[in-house]
Design a protein around this ligand. Structure first.
Ligand code: URA
Length: 300
C-alpha cells in the first residue's frame, strides 16, 4: 500500500474515533515509518496477529507482566483521597502525581427521570429498559442490552452502545471487541464475573451509527442508577464516545486519559475502545497504562 493511502486510512480511522487533532505520541517509530512508506518495515497486516493479550501488548511495546510496578506513577494508596465522593461540584483537587480530571454529576435530576432513580435493583432496571420507549432505538433493536456482571462489582466498565452481536444476544461486549475486553480484564486478574459491564445506550443504534444527543439524554439515567446500585470503586470508560458523554466534554481521548476523573463521585479512568485497539495496536501500550491505573485505584 502506498504511503499516501496508508496515511489517508490512518487519518480516517482517527476521525472515525472522534479525534479532531493529530497527536503522534502513541505512534511507534515502526508505524510512523510504515505510514511514510519506508522500506524494510513489515506491514502490520503481514505480521502474525497474536490472540494473547499479554503477547500483543508486549509486541506493541507494553510490559504486561504480572502487576508490574510503574515507577512513573505513584501508588494510589499514597494518593490522598481528596476528591470526596460527591456531585459535579466536587473540587478538582490533584490526586498526588496523577492529575485530577473532570468531576461530573448532576445535582439537578430531571423530574421525568425520577422513576429511574427510584428503581431498587439492577433487575428492575433491566426490566424497565426492556420496555423502554424513551427514544426510537427500541423500534430497530432486536434486544435490549441493559448490562451484565457482578451486581456488587468494585470495577465497572462503560462502553458506548451495543453492536450487532450484542443486539443479537442482549449482552454487552460479546463480539470481537468484547473478547479483547475480556483479555484486558484478565490481564489485571479480573474475570467478567468480577466486573459489571454496561453501555451508555441500552439499545443498538441502527447500523452502529453514533448515538444522538437526545438518545443519550434519555438513556443516561439508567447508567447513573446502575452506578448508584453497583457502587463501584472505579469506572473504566472505553472510547471517545463513552468518555466524552460521561464527562460532558469534547476534549479528545488522548487528553482525557492519564487523569482520574469523577463521575457521580466515582473515580473514572478513560481509555481507548477495544475496537480501536483491534485497528490500531499502537494504542495497546497506553491502554495498558490506563488499565493499570484503574487497577491501582481498585486495590487502594
Ligand atoms: N462496543 C460497545 O461500546 N459496547 C458493546 O457492548 C459492544 C461494542
Amino acid at each position: 500500500m502506498d504511503a499516501r493511502e496508508s496515511l489517508r486510512r490512518y487519518l480516517e480511522q482517527r476521525r472515525e474515533l472522534g479525534e479532531s487533532e493529530l497527536v503522534l505520541d502513541t505512534l511507534s517509530v515502526e508505524d510512523a515509518l510504515k505510514l511514510l512508506g519506508a522500506a524494510n518495515v513489515l506491514p502490520r497486516e503481514e505480521a502474525p496477529v497474536s490472540t494473547d493479550w499479554r503477547a500483543a501488548l508486549r509486541a506493541a511495546g507494553g510490559v504486561p507482566e504480572a502487576r508490574p510496578s510503574m515507577p512513573s506513577m505513584p501508588a494510589v494508596r499514597d494518593v490522598p483521597a481528596v476528591v470526596a465522593a460527591g456531585p459535579a461540584d466536587a473540587p478538582r483537587v490533584p490526586l498526588g502525581d496523577i492529575p485530577a480530571g473532570i468531576a461530573m454529576g448532576r445535582s439537578n435530576r430531571a423530574p421525568g427521570d425520577q422513576f429511574i432513580y427510584e428503581l431498587a435493583t439492577l433487575e428492575d432496571i433491566a426490566a424497565v429498559v426492556a420496555k423502554c420507549t424513551r427514544c426510537d432505538l427500541y423500534r430497530t433493536a432486536l434486544n435490549p442490552v441493559p448490562g451484565t456482571g457482578n451486581p456488587n462489582a468494585d470495577f465497572m466498565v462503560v462502553g458506548e452502545a451495543p453492536g450487532a452481536d450484542e443486539d443479537q444476544q442482549g449482552v454487552p461486549f460479546i463480539g470481537k471487541a468484547g473478547q479483547l475486553l475480556t483479555k484486558i480484564l484478565a490481564a489485571i486478574n479480573l474475570s467478567r464475573d468480577d466486573v459489571f459491564i454496561a453501555n451508555v445506550l441500552k439499545h443498538r443504534p441502527p447500523g452502529n451509527r453514533n448515538p444522538l444527543p437526545d438518545e443519550v439524554t434519555v438513556c443516561s439515567p439508567y447508567l447513573v442508577r446502575q452506578i448508584e446500585l453497583v457502587k463501584p470503586k472505579v469506572i473504566l470508560a472505553l472510547g471517545t464516545f463513552a468518555a466524552q458523554t460521561l464527562l460532558e466534554t469534547k476534549i479528545t481521548i488522548g487528553k482525557l486519559r492519564g487523569q482520574v476523573h469523577r463521575y457521580h463521585g466515582v473515580p473514572l479512568i478513560v481509555t481507548y475502545h477495544p475496537a480501536a485497539l483491534l485497528r490500531n495496536p499502537a494504542w495497546k501500550r497506553p491502554t495498558w497504562e490506563d488499565v493499570q491505573l484503574a487497577d491501582r485505584i481498585l486495590r487502594q
